[in-house]
Design a protein around this ligand. Sequence first.
Ligand SMILES: [Zn+2]
Ligand SMILES: [Zn+2]
Ligand SMILES: [Zn+2]
Length: 149
Amino acid sequence: MINVSSRRCQATGCLRHPNFGFQGDRRATFCCRHKATGMIDVVSRRCQHPGCVRRPLYAMAGQRAMFCRTHKDPGHTDVVSRRCNFEGGCDRHPSFGWKQGDGKARRCAHHRLEGMESVKVNNRRGSAAAAAAAAAAAAATASTPAQAW
Ligand SMILES: [Zn+2]
Ligand SMILES: [Zn+2]
Ligand SMILES: [Zn+2]
């Protein structure tokens, strides 16, 4: 574990709290004054586009969110939000999913699919097992025309 509270900007003599690091860095090394070119704010939850203060939701898959919807690159995906994945677009929070699958909420109450149940419960434990179950469920439901994921 990193002792976050004791970290400082690595510029000589600077006592500021570091917010900036290189993309992909898990930890910040420099403050906003001393950041190097190309460093991004890896601490604050802000879009990395200069001047943009929106909440970041998009990044390359597997990275932490860095850009808002407006400033995302074409290759970026939404790595934060959990939204109803209704094909027509829906901004509601999902709370329905397949309990016998991965248990993840995928659809709002309006767009829940046949057989979906409320899965709001926190389901962090055993995600590997859940993923396996999801794969099995996906295979099992592959014949259902509505969804293919
Ligand atoms: Zn500094
Ligand atoms: Zn932005
Ligand atoms: Zn919806």
